[in-house]
Ligand binder design. Structure first.
Ligand code: IPM
Ligand code: MN
Length: 353
């Protein structure tokens, strides 16, 4: 297969983990005989500094021309600490989502056996937990009508039927490929938008008789996720609830640096780690590249290249077993490895496999 990849390294640790993601992607393509071509493009604070726009037109073009985007991270403290900043790196991310029509954000909450002791939850609760959260990504309060003056402010949580139907369809399709259990998370006891979600989910459920559908209020879901994470298989929810629940999900596993994600929709899909740009670690060669590398696995799997994805997952597991780990997850007695060394070890593993 020929693959055209737009690479958006972004800010902070982004460029370092991006380099490892690309190296792994190249190694896998060489091994399986795929032709891959990379186009690098700027985004985030880096792009604001260079051209004054966190998602410039040229970057948008590079994404549209590619088969997939390998994204790393955006964000810089110089904007967080400046309430007067007119343009922020995060706006680039939202612009990318909207312009590429990335309405479905797939965030797996997967645990690694050797790391469950790092979880803030009891080991027996977490071991074996494996679910995905499907977050609607281009609607709701993030993009609804907004207003703000000194006395009043609002954000509108608007959803239309087609927006709800397409994300539920995505969720049902994922459930079918997994354990056939879909939990629709909403706040239908209070919000009209949630009541429409629930109504449409109930209309669609009979089309998927092989999938068990249940409904859960978001406050209850937040609780259930820490009391019984193994209850969930596929969870689907609106943009804002999904933002909150996926942060909760990522920390349950004890290893935020290991979780990849995919955003898919109308145009080019984007694959990126769940974690942010960690500016304090920039250039120190300590950031964990595994979430980025696993994003590459998700990229291959998206194109039905399951063997390629599986090889990356095997290599990642082998690196963890061999204690080739970045400092934040290193076990006692394990050696010192940085971003580059972990990436290089995985590349070697792939070449020799
Ligand atoms: C995320 C992030 C973004 C979001 C921010 C950076 C705009 O928190 O991807 O979850 O809220 O969607
Ligand atoms: Mn978030």
């Amino acid at each position: 297969m020929d693959l055209k990849i737009a690479v958006l390294p972004g800010d902070g640790i982004g460029p370092e983990i991006s380099e490892q993601g690309v190296a792994v992607m190249t190694a896998v393509c060489e091994k399986f005989g795929h032709k891959v071509e990379y186009t690098y493009a700027i985004c985030g604070a880096d792009a604001i500094d260079k051209v004054g726009d966190p998602f410039p037109e040229e970057t948008y073009r590079a994404c549209m021309d590619a088969d997939a985007v390998l994204f790393s991270a955006v964000g810089d403290p110089k904007f967080d600490n400046d309430p007067t900043a007119k343009v922020r790196p995060e706006q680039g991310l939202l612009a990318m989502r909207k312009k590429l029509g990335l309405f479905a954000n797939i965030r797996p909450v997967e645990t690694f056996d050797c790391l469950v002791h790092k979880s803030p939850l009891k080991e027996e609760l977490v071991r074996g937990a494996d679910f995905i959260c499907i977050r609607e990504l281009t609607g709701g309060m993030y993009f609804g009508e907004k207003y703000q003056d000194d006395e009043k402010a609002y954000d509108t949580n608007a959803y239309t039927r087609p927006e709800i139907e397409r994300i539920l369809k995505t969720a049902y399709e994922y459930a079918r490929r997994r354990r056939r259990h879909l939990t629709v998370v909403d706040k239908a006891n209070v919000l009209a938008s949630s009541r429409l979600w629930r109504q449409i989910a109930k209309e669609m459920a009979p089309q998927y008789p092989d999938v068990e559908t249940d409904f859960m209020y978001v406050d209850n879901a937040a609780m259930r996720m820490i009391q019984e994470p193994k209850f969930f298989d596929v969870m689907v929810t609106e943009n804002t609830f999904g933002d909150i629940l996926t942060d909760e999900g990522s920390c349950i596993t004890g290893s935020m640096g290991l979780l990849p994600s995919a955003s898919t929709g109308e145009h080019t899909p984007v694959f990126e780690p769940i974690h942010g740009s960690w500016p304090q670690a920039k250039g120190l060669n300590i950031a964990n590249p595994l979430a980025q590398i696993l994003s590459v696995a998700m990229l291959f799997e998206y194109f039905n290249l399951a063997e390629e994805g599986a090889l990356i997952r095997r290599a990642v597991n082998a690196s963890l077993d061999a204690l080739v780990r970045t400092p934040e997850i290193q076990a006692e007695g394990g050696g010192k490895y940085g971003t580059k060394e972990v990436g290089a070890w995985i590349v070697d593993y792939i070449r020799e496999a």
